[in-house]
Ligand binder design. Structure first.
Ligand SMILES: [Fe+2]
Length: 470
């Protein structure tokens, strides 16, 4: 009788565990037991409504904006005209003044194998007022299109600001769900920090660049209205000598401009911006980063410039994660980690966001900088000066989810789950930021993982969490 009772208890406990989706405990943190439909992700067909060409002769399409200077008083507006050159002018006016101003940009185009791009316009609008809504208009004649954006508040230590995090987006049905969930998230991201791998056009025969155009039209509903801060991933390289394409990053650099010169970078693949209370450093996993390289020398000079009294938060974006416990792209970020991790600890980076692995993972604050070839100290250790590493490569591209994880879960891994989604990093003031991860299967407001970040410079106390974090 007592045995039967125990069996019943075990059965009920197991059932409750399944129903409540209790995560299983491993050596490390938590591996979520959330069960999702693990179907092969497929791209939306070319005639999908999200890819529709806007009506009107030579109508501007693929409109997107990004920050255009170091502090957020400038915006780069980019768009494509397909039928003819058209105009590279942007007309813009603030909600306050209504006086229309004009900025003149330039256009470019490129050929890739048997593809010829449209006319790709880039125009930087400068001397904007902070914290102001601006309307802008591109196109000429009957085919003008109007959009708007809101400039960030002036850079300062206690300025609240909300960033969205999206990576490895692609253009599948899941990608569309991710973007919708980001747009509908009640936490209202004001700028997207995009961690690389945009269109996945290179998965098509001859890197069919038509899929760069469709991606631009698909994302326009967000990218035309708020800045997306770009990081280059491996799907931006488009290096294909077998079809005569020997210039890496050709489509990406023609289509997506970034303000790299403002931070004294010499290439668009690594640069920094300040926005509100955050200093954001974008690094290039696929450009040389060894000692003496331009990226190394730039980062070496950049980190001492970060003024935590002006921008308390220090965020790094890169594509290939340094801490990744999935069996995909395992240790691909290792050589960059070896080069730069001591600096990240020294300069107390708050958080590093990466993509590449098509899943979600959040680390503890750990470092692995003690190893010197002969001392055997090659295990990550808890370190309150170290960043939290977050893999957010779960945007939903056609390659599908990374479901296979290394077992047991390493001690450095706080939470991991193979679901598509996005995240929000919500800076409150110089000491606190609320972070949340949102999986696509949930209602828009559900936080599938969350954590209160304590700033490493102003409030460097232990902010590690035990699941479920509230
Ligand atoms: Fe990638």
């Amino acid at each position: 009788m007592r045995l039967l009772g125990f069996r019943c208890f075990v059965a009920v406990a197991l059932l409750l565990g399944l129903l409540l989706n209790v995560p299983e405990t491993c050596n490390g943190g938590k591996t979520s037991a959330f069960v999702r439909k693990d179907e092969k992700a497929t791209d939306m067909p070319l005639d999908s409504d999200v890819f529709k060409v806007p009506s009107g002769y030579n109508a501007p399409q693929q409109v997107h904006i990004t920050q255009g200077d170091l502090v957020g008083k400038a915006v780069i507006v980019s768009w494509v005209t397909q039928d003819e050159t058209g105009s590279s002018v942007v007309r813009y006016w603030s909600e306050k003044s209504k006086e229309k101003k004009v900025a003149k940009g330039k256009y470019t185009m490129y050929r890739y194998f048997n593809y010829t791009s449209g006319f790709i316009h880039h125009c930087t609008i400068r001397d904007l007022e902070f914290n102001t809504k601006y309307y802008y208009e591109v196109g000429i004649g009957f085919t003008t299109r109007q959009f708007w954006f809101i400039t960030p508040p002036e850079v300062g230590p206690d300025v609240p600001y909300t960033f969205g995090l999206i990576g490895d987006l692609g253009q599948s049905f899941d990608s569309n769900r991710t973007l919708t969930h980001y747009e509908m998230n009640p936490r209202k991201g004001q700028t997207v920090l995009f961690v690389g791998d945009l269109s996945y056009a290179d998965n098509y025969p001859n890197h069919d660049n038509v899929r760069w155009d469709t991606w631009g039209r698909f994302t326009e509903r967000s990218t035309a209205y708020q800045p997306w801060i770009w990081t280059a991933g491996n799907h931006e390289i488009d290096f294909a000598p077998e079809i005569g394409e020997k210039v890496p990053f050709k489509p990406y650099t023609h289509r997506y401009h970034v303000p790299y010169r403002a931070s004294e970078s010499t290439k668009p693949f690594w640069y920094s911006i300040k926005r509100a209370s955050v200093h954001i450093i974008v690094l290039a996993s696929y450009s040389a980063y060894g000692k003496y390289t331009p990226q190394y020398k730039w980062l070496e000079a950049e980190l001492p410039k970060v003024n935590r009294t002006e921008t308390p938060w220090l965020i790094v974006l890169l594509h290939s994660p340094w801490y990744n416990s999935y069996n995909y792209h395992y240790m691909e970020g290792e050589s960059m980690r070896v080069m730069y991790e001591p600096w990240f600890v020294q300069y107390k980076v708050d958080v590093v966001f990466a993509g590449h692995v098509h899943a979600y993972e959040r680390s503890e604050r750990v470092s692995n900088v003690a190893y010197n070839i002969v001392n055997g100290q090659c295990t990550p250790v808890k370190d309150q000066s170290a960043p939290v590493y977050i893999t957010i490569g779960d945007g939903g591209n056609l390659e599908g989810l990374a479901t296979n994880m290394t077992e047991p879960q390493p001690a450095y891994s706080a939470f991991r789950e193979a679901s598509f989604g996005h995240a929000i990093f919500d800076v409150k003031n110089r000491t606190h930021a609320h972070y949340s991860w949102h999986r696509n299967q949930d209602e828009y407001s559900v936080e599938a993982d969350s954590m209160w970040f304590f700033n490493r410079f102003w409030h460097p106390v232990d902010d590690s969490t035990s699941y479920p974090s509230k």
